[in-house]
Write a protein that binds this ligand. Structure first.
Ligand code: SF4
Length: 182
């Protein structure tokens, strides 16, 4: 039987959800035996998201053009897309900047008003991605198959979500253990 093609993606998040994934400790060895890791910011150095991915954990909100391009690509090439953590599910912390009303006031506040010696806006086309005016949760841009809240989701919740998928079943995302935010 071919292995499940497994990926994780890091968008606008603090990487805390991926740190929680690493808290799976020795179960990661069991997981590695059952999946083929085809893309992830942890544990491998693959630059391009491939085709035919079975399961993908998506950490983070959609905050810039690079996030936007990647999430469309991920959705097009993934069977089961999991919104992984509160930033992916609700936009959470990255969306706090939405109250300033757009990308321009955010950049001015951060780089001009609070700039120290040489205030200037970051501008490096092709290297620094343009901010979107509003930070948005993943499901507002693409369909999501499973919502796994938590900031971060605990290792136990991650395992309880992935184990049924490894058996070819959908996890039941119900109850405090599986869907509590924060
Ligand atoms: S949900 Fe929490 S831990 Fe995960 S990326 Fe967002 S802020 Fe970090």
């Amino acid at each position: 039987m071919s292995k499940i093609r497994f990926a994780t993606v890091w968008l606008a998040g603090c990487s805390g959800c991926h740190m929680s994934f690493l808290d799976l400790d020795e179960w990661l060895i069991d997981l590695a035996a059952q999946v083929e890791v085809v893309f992830s910011p942890v544990g491998c150095d693959l630059k391009d998201y491939p085709e035919n991915v079975d399961v993908c954990l998506v950490e983070g909100a959609i905050a810039n053009e690079e996030n936007l391009e990647l999430i469309y690509h991920v959705r097009a090439h993934t069977k089961t897309l999991i919104s992984f953590g509160d930033c992916a599910v609700t936009a959470n912390v990255p969306a706090m900047r939405n109250m300033l009303g757009g990308a321009e006031p955010v950049l001015k506040r951060a780089y001009i008003e609070l700039g120290d010696e040489t205030p200037q806006l970051p501008n490096e086309p092709g290297i620094v991605p343009e901010l979107l005016d509003q930070v948005r949760p993943v499901h507002e841009l693409v369909p999501v198959d499973i919502f796994m809240p938590g900031c971060p989701p605990s290792a136990e919740r991650i395992r309880a979500t992935l184990e049924p998928l490894l058996r070819g079943e959908m996890p039941v995302m119900e109850g405090r253990e599986m869907i509590k935010f924060g």
